[in-house]
Design a protein around this ligand. Structure first.
Ligand SMILES: Cc1cc2nc3c(=O)[nH]c(=O)nc-3n(C[C@H](O)[C@H](O)[C@H](O)COP(=O)(O)O)c2cc1C
Length: 161
């Protein structure tokens, strides 16, 4: 059975809710493993047939914990996951573009195949208090995450990628 690996990091809950929504929908279509970035490693990547990465943008980059996941895994799996499909979701205050570019560059290095455009969800947090507060992703935004998860999982189980 095809396996989808969803790796995420979240500081204030937004990315976690997005990753969980995608995982809930994906589980209806394929075996789905949902892992926080600090608990995921090279063996998880090697075991999976496709990937969904989900992280916040922090200081115009993917969050440090998500970056650490890529740093730890990059060379151990280089050349061993080429051609596998991936998609990404970013939770941002108002931008998110740099984080998606960063993940895309890493994925290009691994020779992964992007099968869906990046999804950026903006929470519109502006002040320090808003930025540090727990996030609540809206139902229609979670639906977009569900669609990505379901499409990734369906594509994997039908082997269309
Ligand atoms: C230290 C820090 C830096 C941030 N930098 C950015 C940024 O560069 N661009 C942006 O759009 N949002 C930025 N944000 C806002 C977060 O991306 C936003 O709050 C998002 O919802 C966090 O996702 P999370 O709830 O999964 O942690 C920053 C937040 C923090 C805490």
């Amino acid at each position: 059975m095809a396996q989808l690996l969803i790796v995420y990091h979240s500081r204030t809950g937004g990315s976690r809710q997005m990753a969980e929504a995608a995982a809930d929908a994906a589980r209806e279509e394929a075996e789905t493993v949902l892992k926080p970035a600090d608990q995921a490693g090279p063996e998880d990547l090697l075991r999976a047939d496709g990937f969904l990465f989900c992280a916040p943008e922090n200081l115009a980059a993917i969050s440090g914990v998500m970056k650490d996941f890529f740093d730890r895994c990059y060379y151990p799996v280089l050349g061993r996951i080429e051609g596998r499909p991936y998609a990404q979701m970013v939770c941002a205050g108002s931008d998110g573009e740099n984080a998606t570019r960063q993940i895309a560059r890493i994925a290009t290095g691994w020779r992964l195949k992007e099968v869906q455009p990046p999804l950026i969800i903006c929470t519109h947090a502006q002040s320090p208090a808003e930025i540090l507060a727990e996030k609540h992703i809206l139902a229609d935004q979670l639906e977009q995450c569900r669609e990505i998860g379901a499409a990734m999982a369906a594509g994997l189980s039908l082997r269309v990628f």
